[in-house]
Design a protein. Structure first.
Length: 733
């Protein structure tokens, strides 16, 4: 019985990393009627509906209510006491994962009553889950169902303090009991402190021997961001998902599109009204029935001036039964799913893709990195070449890019400034990959050279999110890639807590690769202050203080419900180091996923939208919008328009030359893209200029080999400006 309880405790975590979700969708009889539907849009809706209805909870780890019902049937048939206790523990787990905290508490309490309140060896997991159920009940009642702008953001204060207190009060009692028996249990110690914090009793009431130092929760400087999602109706509740922040209707204001991981979770679209308010337009945009999706990225694939959206599905779920979606922006406020017509329909598990024009023909191509388990069903990576007529052709096999691996991120960047996009992939298991784009004679005879080893960028071996950015403003793009190494039991808290206590882990937690300008990179993460246990999934970068140095934000996440560790913000200190600003209003302790930076209110500084929520059915949370408090630095927002290259000039390199007081000259670099691998920022390049008194000139290297550099002068500070390929003058918007 003890062995079965131990196995049951972490069943969901292992399913998260290594299981698959089988269903009766497009490859069998249940999907047959789909072929009779007339359009690709309605066919996709039918496919997704079939997946949602027919997925098997025995193999799909996040269908927890259905799994609990299945276990309950078995539980009622068991007569052996030991087997019954073990099965009841599994039943309680699934109830907790389903968000049914009170029934889970009842089921777990029945087991502890049998133990007479004692904690014999091997039964600690029962008490841990009981404490977690009470803690989660408090979160659900206060932080989620009746949330405020301060909810779930540590250090908890003001409206973040719970008014319904029984959950954390009971959790505290149980955690004290656990720690009396296991005083070195870092998970329970951290969660005990959080429980006291929810009651407004931290640090005074926390037992001294278990107190986490108050210094861990201190803010740095005066910058403080606040969540304003509630007041704007953007506090969407859901599971993990992606976000696109972009001007989808071309009215000059950034709109929001977001997804949620649940198999029947509707995507959502919010139009920015330009007056400080938003209106949901999901139904009006023809998006009803387009459900699920762990990530989403956008680009103008057909060069019509309207940004389109690509939804990624099936991440973490093997079996190849989840299609992605290409949503064509029709330019009239509506979208149409054209996945089938475009030739992009495939059934592979993925959450990552990136747009770039790899062959310089003026049309954006799409690389999709899929997930393949060792000895499991192979899911080859795909490189869809844009045919320029609304359709795509997979050229990955001909170009040697049909890789097999458990890939969690893919991004394009130009590492040698030759106006050709190079490709970087991050793998959860195995070496990361960097391919140098060397050109070619035709789309199927293009050459990509694997320079991963000689470039020195294969680590960490267990990696997740990644991105290219020029962190030190030397004109060459660098690479940041986050490690993702959990404890053997699926948790992350001990690594994070030890780091906070000055005992950093020896694992490959993160790599910051500085570009050496010669095709190689040097890892500088330690000297830049980034040896951090980040456990990042969602991520993106921008310039929060407009000082001209890119900062970044990490949305932390893991399936384990104990994973209440803060999402983390890092400020770039003039390219010399990164300073953590997590406690400046960013330290949300619910799971963080898709992240987008952008000037949502057009006031000259970047705000952050983040999709919150976990993977299990009941691990819901509300999305947040962190409003920038502003600063006195200057800025410029650039809208690039390609003519011979792709319409939005994705992949273009920008250099802004400025003059500061006293005659000091400075150059600030940027690239046109949507940012990092999990979350999509606007293609509008919002560039901080620090204390600049004048923009001397702006140089643009267009993303097509051989196209000459453009130079623009007479560009004003603190304005939005359009730069068009082939036109000598900038257009102030």
């Amino acid at each position: 019985m003890l062995r079965l309880i131990r196995q049951g405790l972490f069943i969901a975590t292992s399913l998260f990393l290594f299981s698959f979700c089988k269903n009766d969708s497009p490859n069998n009889k249940a999907a047959a009627p789909v072929a009779q539907i007339s359009t690709g849009h309605t066919r996709m809706i039918a496919i997704l509906d079939s997946i949602s209805k027919n997925s098997n909870p025995a193999t799909c780890y996040n269908l927890n209510s259905k799994m609990a019902d299945m276990i309950k049937v078995q539980l009622d048939q068991i007569t052996d006491v030991n087997q019954k206790v073990s099965m009841q523990f599994k039943y309680a787990q699934e109830l907790l994962y389903a968000g049914k905290n009170e029934p889970a508490i009842i089921a777990l309490t029945e087991i502890t009553n049998l133990l007479g309140g004692k904690m014999p060896a091997g039964f600690k997991p029962v008490y841990e889950f009981l404490a977690l159920a009470y803690l989660r009940m408090g979160e659900q009642q206060n932080c989620i169902n009746t949330h405020t702008p301060e909810s779930c953001i540590i250090p908890l204060q003001g409206g973040g303090i719970y008014t319904m207190r029984s959950g954390p009060e009971n959790a505290i009692s149980i955690y004290k009991n656990i720690l009396a028996n296991y005083p070195d249990d870092l998970d329970s110690r951290w969660l005990l402190n959080i429980a006291y914090m929810t009651l407004g009793q931290y640090p005074d009431e926390v037992p001294k021997q278990f107190l986490m130092p108050a210094s861990l929760f201190q803010k740095r400087g005066d910058m403080h961001f606040k969540d304003i999602a509630i007041s704007l109706g953007l506090d969407v509740r859901g599971l993990s998902g992606g976000v696109c922040m972009e001007d989808f209707d071309n009215d000059g204001d950034l709109d929001l599109f977001m997804t949620s991981y649940g198999l029947s979770d509707q995507c959502r679209y919010f139009r920015n009204n330009g007056d400080g308010s938003f209106t949901e337009r999901t139904h009006e945009a023809n998006l009803d029935g387009l459900v699920s999706g762990l990530n989403t990225v956008h680009a103008d694939y057909n060069n019509d001036g309207n940004r389109d959206i690509f939804i990624l599905r099936g991440g973490w779920l093997d079996g190849g039964s989840h299609p992605n979606s290409l949503l064509r922006n029709n330019g009239d406020g509506t979208f149409t799913d054209v996945t089938i017509e475009s030739g992009l329909l495939d059934f592979n598990p993925t959450q990552t893709a990136a747009w770039a024009d790899y062959d310089g023909d003026g049309w954006l191509d799409l690389y999709i990195a899929n997930e393949s388990k060792r000895n499991g069903t192979p899911h080859y990576n795909l490189l869809y070449h844009n045919n320029g007529n609304g359709t795509f052709t997979n050229t990955a096999p001909q170009l040697g890019l049909n890789l097999l691996g458990f890939y969690k991120a893919v991004v394009w960047g130009d590492i040698n400034n030759d106006q050709r996009p190079d490709l970087y992939l991050s793998a959860l298991t195995g070496e990361n990959k960097l391919f140098l784009n060397k050109g070619g004679d035709s789309p199927t005879k293009w050459v990509f050279e694997d320079i991963s080893v000689k470039a020195g960028v294969i680590n960490p071996i267990q990696s997740f999110p990644t991105w290219f950015f020029d962190y030190n403003n030397d004109g060459f793009e660098d690479i940041l890639v986050c490690g993702y190494v959990l404890e053997s039991d699926g948790t992350a808290l001990p690594k994070y807590i030890n780091e906070m206590l000055g005992k950093p882990d020896t694992d490959d937690v993160l790599r910051l690769y500085r570009n050496n300008h010669n095709g190689t990179f040097t890892d500088v993460h330690r000297q830049m202050g980034l040896h951090k246990a980040n456990f990042a999934m969602g991520c993106n970068f921008g310039d929060l203080d407009n000082d001209g140095w890119p900062d970044f934000y990490l949305g932390t996440g893991l399936p384990d419900l104990r994973g209440l560790l803060p999402n983390r913000m890092f400020r770039n200190v003039e390219g010399t180091r990164f300073e953590e600003l997590t406690m400046n209003g960013f330290g949300h302790i619910q799971k963080g996923h898709g992240v987008a930076f952008g000037d949502i209110d057009n006031d000259g500084d970047q705000d952050i939208y983040e999709v919150m929520g976990g993977a299990f059915e009941g691990d819901l949370s509300n999305n947040v919008l962190f409003e920038n408090p502003g600063n006195t630095n200057h800025w410029v927002s650039l809208l690039l328009e390609g003519k011979s290259c792709n319409r939005d000039a994705i992949g273009a390199r920008i250099a802004v030359h400025t003059l500061e007081k006293g005659g000091a000259k400075r150059t600030i670099y940027a690239s046109v893209n949507t940012g990092a691998s999990f979350g999509a920022s606007s293609l509008r390049q919002e560039i901080g200029l620090g204390k600049a008194e004048k923009i001397v000139s702006i140089e643009v290297w267009w993303p097509k080999a051989g196209v000459p550099k453009s130079t623009y002068t007479d560009v004003p500070l603190d304005r939005m400006v359009r730069l068009t390929e082939g036109q000598a003058a900038a257009q102030v918007q």
